[in-house]
Write a protein that binds this ligand. Structure first.
Ligand code: DGP
Length: 114
């Protein structure tokens, strides 16, 4: 999608620190990390948010979840615990309208969030 930042990262047109990729997903380090591990996992296909992706390309959403778990394992936080966050809409602070899961870990994440 033209003018979509994360489509451009998925295409390799904008640089990012990619830690994992496969046919359906790309995972890269967040520019403004909020935890020792903070990786964004995106589907290559464009969808504005997680609900839209679930409805239109459910296999891509499953691939995002699988990639997130593999990133957590590779980052060494699978045993200590990690979180997969899909900020959706204004009140959640979603700033990029291409669905992305935040893989967060490496510290006590606290609850409730926000
Ligand atoms: P959200 O607020 O949930 O929409 O998260 C968007 C995240 O994307 C935010 O944590 C910062 C990150 N981000 C924004 N622009 C870039 C970029 O150009 N490169 C990378 N690696 N991360 C970005």
């Amino acid at each position: 999608v033209a003018d979509c930042l994360f489509c451009s990262i998925a295409a390799g047109d904008i640089p990012a620190t990619v830690v994992r990729e496969d046919d359906l997903t790309v995972a890269f380090r967040d520019l403004d990390p909020q935890a020792p591990t903070h990786v964004l996992v995106i589907p290559r296909v464009h969808a504005p948010d997680v609900g839209t992706l679930a409805a239109s390309e459910p296999e891509a959403l499953v691939a995002v979840a699988r990639a997130a778990a593999e990133v957590a394992r590779a980052e060494g936080v699978a045993d200590s615990g990690w979180r997969l966050v899909f900020n959706t809409g204004r009140d959640a602070g979603q700033s990029v309208a291409h669905v992305h899961g935040h893989v967060l870990g490496g510290r006590d994440l606290g609850w409730p969030p926000g």
